[in-house]
Write a protein that binds this ligand. Sequence first.
Ligand SMILES: [Zn+2]
Length: 339
Amino acid sequence: MALLFALSIPVYPFCADADADAEARDYRFSDAHLHFVDYFQASDGPAALIAAMDAAQVDHAMLTGMSVVKKWAESEPQRPEFVFGDDAAVYWYSLTDVIVARGVLSLPAAQRARLHPFICGFNPTDKNAVDHVRRLLEWYPGLWQGIGEITTRHDDLTALTDGEPARANHPALDPVYALAAEHELPVLIHSNITSVRMKEPLYLEEFEEAIAKHPRTRFIWAHAGTSAAINRRIDLEFLDDEIERLLQAYPNLWIDLSWTVLDEYLLESGDDVNSHWLRIIERHPDRFMLGSDLIGSFDKLSEKLTAYEGLLDALSPQDAKRVARDNFLSVLPPSARAK
Ligand SMILES: [Zn+2]
């Protein structure tokens, strides 16, 4: 019994210094995964984004476009409203980066300083992809602070994408990762750990090869390798052990805990935090970050980030602040790191 008690999870909200704790628990956030536009490249716009950030206590946000656009195909009877609303394809859409740049540059400097734009508008299977990244760095000097979200293995979305399936270890991405290291730009990458049917880490090797081959490139793994489509079909029983193993093996890896991993793995019924996941985060408190993964519409920003409060409350105040806000800032290029 004594041993069990010793291993129990500390309940920080009831610690002795209640005043200091209450102050520490007034969370400020960095959103490490936020799309300025949706799958039709539409957006509520930069003013709405800043207003939503203010309302949600989000000090900083990573800002990316959407690397693909949904086609309104001649064969479809209605104009699609959703990316999966019909059978029409999506295709790679480079203008998305210009849409992001124009949005950010339209804001006053103080608001711009809270946004951290990433380049994503390239086909990750094109061996010329790095040329697009170089062009954007040249066109908007000093603007870009990262690369991504690079979309590779992504179940239904991959199936709808014209051309060959993208993968994290595609030769087209090696020069992109190398350029990222050269400019100290973090890379946010979506790379599902498996398909929607296989109860084994079918695609993990692709992702692991990339992070092993590019140790000077800082990788953020979107959704910890999960997706909503996988969650509907399989329970990834190996996921937490693999995350722990990768964090130990690769100091250039960070984990984005956005919704598909939060809802399905971190939180159990009744919003209790899964104790195994909690311990992994406590052992690596500088390696996890939060993301809303909103696309073009920002009304739900507060709701998306409030959903992490149960997890943050279960961490020490110091670790909660790191995960909620500081870890994302720590991976940005040194010139862009905000206090
Ligand atoms: Zn995303």
